[in-house]
Design a protein around this ligand. Structure first.
Ligand code: ADP
Length: 568
């Protein structure tokens, strides 16, 4: 590949001209000749040739001196020394100073061309390598800037900061003088400035730019980048926005196929235009901008949902508080008159207010039963509400102690019904994580049902055992009562559900007892179920997780169990 510029310095005009005008020119090189050393150095400085053919014997300065000057001023330029007398020491000196080759006159055309081509090939290879290295360095720099921006897009939440970073990276990567990012306002069909770099007074001009009739707007309209330099950019850009630029590059910011804005860089004074590579960098940054905008939108939506949820939760809590207050008031308002009614009925029944006929007494007894049922309903409803609103004080507690207290409480009712209570509590039962009052309610309700639905003279067993496989303590309440049909085993835990035949009139009850049991057990992350056969009896099972397995820390007040295995 010829075409390079070669300077021949030789005091023999004949040789110099022969080399420049005939041999080298014909081979496709550009040439120039000098016939004196000083003249040659001047030409070298002015023309900056790619190669010098230098005669060793010049009248005004020795060739080696000229060589030394050229090498010191431009070490990359190859110099081939020519001499009429072959001298080994001259050749050694020439190579030491930095000559690329050494030719002895008379020189054949082919020899000169070979030497020239060899030296220039070396230069070309070196230049290629330098260019390649520079290109690679630019690519690495570009990728590292892009990857840094990419990381920021996923880690920074503030949209304005992110968009400013993106514009800064755009200016840096494209070596532009200024840059800006505008987002489309679809309602007004205008582009609104969101971030800028080195804009100065131009910020005001770019604050709002119509999409129609502007160059930057045409990027939105066409969805294509605009890359202009020279007069076309000056004309167009001045025309629409009132300021001059020498080169500009606008790229669309796309989100889900729609153009939502424009990312731009320009040169106001520099003549450096923008390359295809700059366009690719800017398009990548525009993608980052789109991701950042979408992230910000999603984040905002998420935040407003969270706010809505928070508001709804606060409202719910308020409703719950009002419900609690209402329940407390209602139960108080009902309980107090019920106590009075009960007291007066007792006075009446005991004849304190005058003698009563048997028929009157029987009627009064029915009224007493009704008043008792009403009092029990009030109690059950308030308990149910207490469980529902999660008013629990959780701590490690011993089920044996709780079950024992419930058995003690049920003794009188059992005695009246001619029923014997038994218990089986193994020693060393682990504590469970629970609310002692609420777990007591579970045993109260199960025992009261067992007594209520058992014939006179039956037995009731309360058993506890440690189920190591599941990490639960399991309680059983077993009776020999009327039993429950299999298809009702699930339904009996529903609120106000009562099995046909176990009517209120016969057994009393509200249909809330087992619903309360289920709620309390579930609140303790436990399980409740029944095994039963009509006519043979029922066993209710309650499984509650051990304190170690379920508590955040099981330190604290563990109460000692009172194990016993004898009939109660
Ligand atoms: P109630 O106040 O009616 O006892 P529960 O919710 O405690 O309400 O029980 C619901 C129904 O489940 C009872 O009405 C009864 O039909 C049935 N039931 C509960 N426990 C037993 C039991 N131990 N034996 C037979 N039936 C039972």
């Amino acid at each position: 590949m010829a075409g390079e510029k070669i300077l021949v310095i030789d005091d023999s005009r004949q040789i110099a001209d022969y080399l420049t005008e005939v041999i080298l020119k014909e081979a496709g090189y550009h040439t120039l000749a000098a016939y004196r050393a000083r003249e040659g150095l001047k030409a070298f400085r002015q023309a900056t040739p790619d190669l010098v053919l230098l005669d060793a014997q010049l009248p005004d300065l020795h060739g080696l001196e000229v060589l030394r000057t050229i090498v010191s001023e431009s070490p990359q330029t190859p110099v081939i020394l020519m001499t009429a007398f072959g001298s080994e020491s001259l050749a050694v000196d020439a190579f030491r100073i930095g000559a690329r080759d050494y030719l002895i006159k008379p020189i054949e055309a082919a020899t000169v061309l070979r030497a020239v081509e060899r030296a220039l090939t070396e230069t070309r290879l070196r230049q290629d390598k330098q260019q390649l290295t520079a290109h690679l360095e630019r690519q690495i720099q570009r990728l590292s800037v892009l990857s840094r921006v990419g990381q920021e897009v996923t880690s920074l939440l503030d949209l304005d900061t992110l968009l400013t970073r993106i514009v800064e990276a755009s200016v840096y990567l494209t070596r532009a003088e200024e840059g800006f990012l505008m987002l489309l306002d679809e309602r007004t069909d205008e582009l609104i400035l969101r971030a800028g770099k080195n804009l100065g007074d131009k910020s005001a001009i770019l604050m709002r730019v119509p999409v129609s009739d502007t160059l930057v707007g045409s990027v939105v309209r066409k969805g294509q980048p605009e890359r202009l330099s020279g007069s076309s950019a000056q004309r167009d850009f001045k025309l629409k926005t009132g300021y001059f630029v020498r080169a500009l590059l606008h790229v669309p910011i796309r989100l889900k196929g729609r153009v939502i804005g424009v990312l731009s860089v320009d040169q106001q004074t520099s003549r450096r235009g923008f390359s295809q590579e700059d366009e690719a960098s800017l398009l990548a940054l525009a993608d980052y901008a789109a991701i950042a905008i979408e992230n910000a939108r999603l984040y905002q939506a998420l935040q407003s949902h969270a706010l809505e949820l928070e508001r709804a939760y606060a409202e719910l809590k308020e409703v719950d508080r009002m419900k609690s207050e209402f329940m407390q008031n209602v139960s108080h308002e009902l309980r107090t008159p019920l106590v009075f009614i009960r007291a007066y009925l007792d006075l009446l029944l005991e004849g304190e207010l005058g003698p009563l006929a048997d028929e009157q007494k029987n009627s009064l007894r029915i009224v007493v039963a009704k008043a008792e049922a009403l009092a029990s309903l009030v109690n059950q409803i308030t308990t149910f509400h207490g469980v529902k609103s999660g008013m629990a004080e959780m701590e490690p507690v011993q089920l044996a102690q709780i079950a024992q207290a419930a058995l003690d409480g049920a003794r009188q009712a059992a005695h009246r019904a001619g029923i014997e209570l038994h218990c089986e509590f193994p020693p060393d039962l682990p504590p469970v994580w629970g609310d002692a009052r609420q777990l007591g309610q579970v045993f109260d309700n199960l025992l009261s049902n067992a007594i209520k639905f058992s014939p006179n003279g039956g037995d009731i067993w309360v058993r506890l055992h440690d189920d190591k496989a599941t990490g639960m303590v399991i309680a059983e309440v077993q009776d020999q009562g009327i039993g429950i049909p299999a298809d009702q085993h699930e339904r009996i835990f529903e609120r106000f559900y009562q099995v046909d035949g176990t009517t209120t009139r016969k057994f009393g009850g509200t249909g809330l007892g087992l619903a309360i049991v289920r709620d309390i057990v579930e609140m303790h992350d436990g399980q409740v179920w029944v095994e039963s056969e009509p006519g043979k009896g029922s066993t209710f099972f309650v499984a509650i997780p051990q304190a170690e397995a379920s508590a955040p820390s099981s330190t604290g007040k563990e109460k000692d169990a009172q194990p016993s295995s004898s009939p109660d």
